[in-house]
Design a protein around this ligand. Structure first.
Ligand code: TYD
Ligand code: MG
Length: 423
């Protein structure tokens, strides 16, 4: 428990309507240069940011420990430094020698980055005040920073908030792009109770399964761009490499038809991604409570889908254990996954393999209707490009999108139609 200092309360007699300085209003299209974005060296990073780093902005980069945040930022810093920008990289977690060792491994030790290992925000801001403001300032991580004006150990809510406030103010006043690394707590929020998310301009999450190679950079909040674009990276021996065309990554080697496996034509922002969904159903003999486990999707959503399949289609999952896995460590966020998951579940339940060359997409309602989803034709076009010949989705399509070439589309309206097709 942390005690917060009581707020000063003004009496209502206190009149604020006089004694201040007048503010200057300007029109929206006021002349003057707009801030120019700077490339990070990773097209995938820039894409997730909505087109590069904005000067004077603060970016919070969250992610599980060991996912690759420091690696990504060191590589981006090196690129910016080598492209003529000035970069200050402050690590509060690693000694300068450790960062240097990593840079060496990544082949970046020649990059003119100004590196420091420090945790005192006063020291950092004093030093920055004595030099020309850098283009990019990386603070790795905000939880290790400490301000002597605030009580409490580093990492507490008041310290994190106070340190971030001072650093953000410096960045705004000096047109510096600030990147704060934030650790994700057990419940998935960045830097404690989401205090930082309100203070920064961009919140990014770097995610993926540590045991898998692929990493996805997602923007959760962005004052300068869309939030549904992702960047895809692969963690390799020499650091992170970008994956420009990710649509095939999450398909496992599928040679034989297997019951319980369905390919989902997903959309990530404006990009289609094909993902394999695997379901396994184990019938229980005893009366034990069956387990339900989901990797890569929302377990509440799967419970809902199972209930709809039971109530609207008469299928019986009640005495069976249900396991769902999304291949490649990918996390599904697209609501159109419902139909593909339903197809995988039905196929696993009936032990009937789905056609190998088919993709599935569509949203399922509680009434068992299959609802139209966005970008139906982009999903189909990408599937055709990767050699799929059939697509099963919502009838009618969304936004009057026509059929895509090279792929045979089957439109369904109700979930029981799907069951009839598979079983
Ligand atoms: P790191 O950037 O330190 O993660 P974070 O800052 O998010 O905690 O990345 C650590 C992991 O990345 C480590 O487990 C090993 C892996 N890695 C590679 O596979 N290749 C590399 O070239 C580097 C630098 C790291
Ligand atoms: Mg790190």
């Amino acid at each position: 428990m942390a005690e917060e200092a009581p707020q000063t309360v003004f009496s209502s007699k206190h009149d604020l309507s006089s004694g201040g300085r007048p503010i200057l209003f300007t029109p929206l299209d006021a002349p003057g240069p707009l801030p120019k974005r700077r490339a990070s060296g990773f097209a995938e990073f820039d894409r997730a940011l909505g087109g590069g780093l904005v000067p004077g902005s603060a970016i919070l980069m969250g992610g599980d420990p060991g996912i690759g945040k420091s690696t990504l930022l060191l590589q981006a810093s090196a690129h910016i430094a080598m492209a003529g920008g000035s970069v200050v990289y402050v690590s509060g977690e690693e000694a300068a020698g450790q960062v240097r060792l990593r840079a060496e491994r990544l082949g970046l030790s020649k990059a003119p980055i100004q590196l420091a290992s420090a945790t005192s925000v006063r020291d950092i801001l004093t030093t920055l005040g004595m030099m020309e403001a850098p283009t990019l300032l990386v603070i790795d991580s905000i939880q290790t920073m400490h301000s002597d004006t605030i009580e409490g150990a580093p990492g507490t809510v008041s310290q994190v908030r106070g340190c971030a406030f001072e650093l953000i103010r410096y960045a705004k006043e000096n047109d510096v792009t600030l990147v704060l690394v934030g650790h994700v707590t057990k419940d998935g929020t960045i830097a404690g109770p989401r205090v930082l998310e309100h203070m920064v301009d961009v919140v990014m999450a770097f995610e993926g399964e540590r045991s898998h190679q692929y990493r996805i950079l997602r923007s959760l909040k962005n004052r300068f761009g869309p939030v549904d674009e992702i960047g895809v990276f692969a963690m390799e021996g020499a650091g992170l490499a970008e994956v420009g065309n990710p649509s095939m990554l999450f398909l496992s080697g599928r040679d034989e038809e297997m019951a319980g496996s369905a390919v989902f034509a997903a959309m990530e922002g404006t990009r289609p991604v094909l993902v394999e969904i695997q379901a396994l159903i184990v019938r229980l003999q005893s009366g034990a409570t069956p387990r339900r486990a989901v990797v890569g999707w929302d377990s509440g959503r799967m419970a809902m889908l199972l209930a709809v399949l039971e109530a609207r289609c008469g299928l019986n999952f009640s005495s069976a254990e249900v396991y769902l896995n999304v291949a490649g460590g990918y996390r599904l966020a697209d609501p159109a996954a419902d139909l593909a998951v339903a197809a995988a579940l039905i196929s696993a339940l009936g032990d009937k393999p789905l056609p190998k060359n088919a993709v599935w997409f569509g949203e399922v309602s509680l009434a068992g209707e299959i609802r139209p989803v966005s970008h139906s034709s982009i999903r189909q076009r990408e599937s055709a490009k990767l050699g799929f010949g059939r697509a099963i989705g919502p009838a009618g399509g969304a936004n009057g999108e026509g059929p895509a070439k090279g792929i045979q589309f089957t439109g369904l309206t109700m979930l029981p139609n799907l069951v009839d097709r598979i079983l």
